[in-house]
Design a protein around this ligand. Sequence first.
Ligand code: IMP
Length: 209
Amino acid sequence: MRIIFATGNPGKMKEVRMILADLNAEILSMKEAGIDIPIEEDGLTFEENAVIKARAVHSCVPDAIVLADDSGLEVDYLDRQPGVYSARYMGEDTPYEVKNAAIIRKLAGAAERERTARFVSAIAAALPDGSILTTEGVIEGVIAHEPAGDGGFGYDPIFYVPEFHATTAELTPEQKNAVSHRGKALRAMKNKLIRYFEVYDRDENTDRQ
Ligand code: IMP
């Protein structure tokens, strides 16, 4: 089984390989699969964007399973921004030190209970038979008063998880995968894929009898 994960983000690829390790599949990034196509993520929700990416890459490799994720940070005090624009927020090339400092500044007037935020991840799978499966995962937290930690990527240094007394940038990769939005969505997808192919195998065998 060949799975192509539609991302150019090495941080995500690392998380995905860890979580899908026990699937016994060959897991390739787009680059490793030799796919380099422009994809316009113009969906209005994480799920729409994940499906757009999965379908676009799948059109290049129709025999493979293509997984795509779309994820981002929703800050309640900012009307759930940056949301689907998380990567593009303040410009794609703006360093996260700058983006993170700006978000902290924007929350200067917020009460403690108004600092709630969440990471959301939607995963879409485009399968060789043309069908699409989707899952979603969420981790709830609050925006920290100052950045902390140098693990993870993106907004991790300002995303504080009260039950861990730490930001997601202070967690080990294993700890983060166990509780993260993408970890939850990917494990749900792994289970869906296993069920899907179990049914598929059963149907195939039934046909042969
Ligand atoms: P995507 O690659 O289009 O899904 O954009 C996701 C963006 O959301 C990333 O570039 C980050 O800005 C943010 N993001 C998503 N997941 C995480 C995470 O686990 N930690 C920190 N930032 C994240």
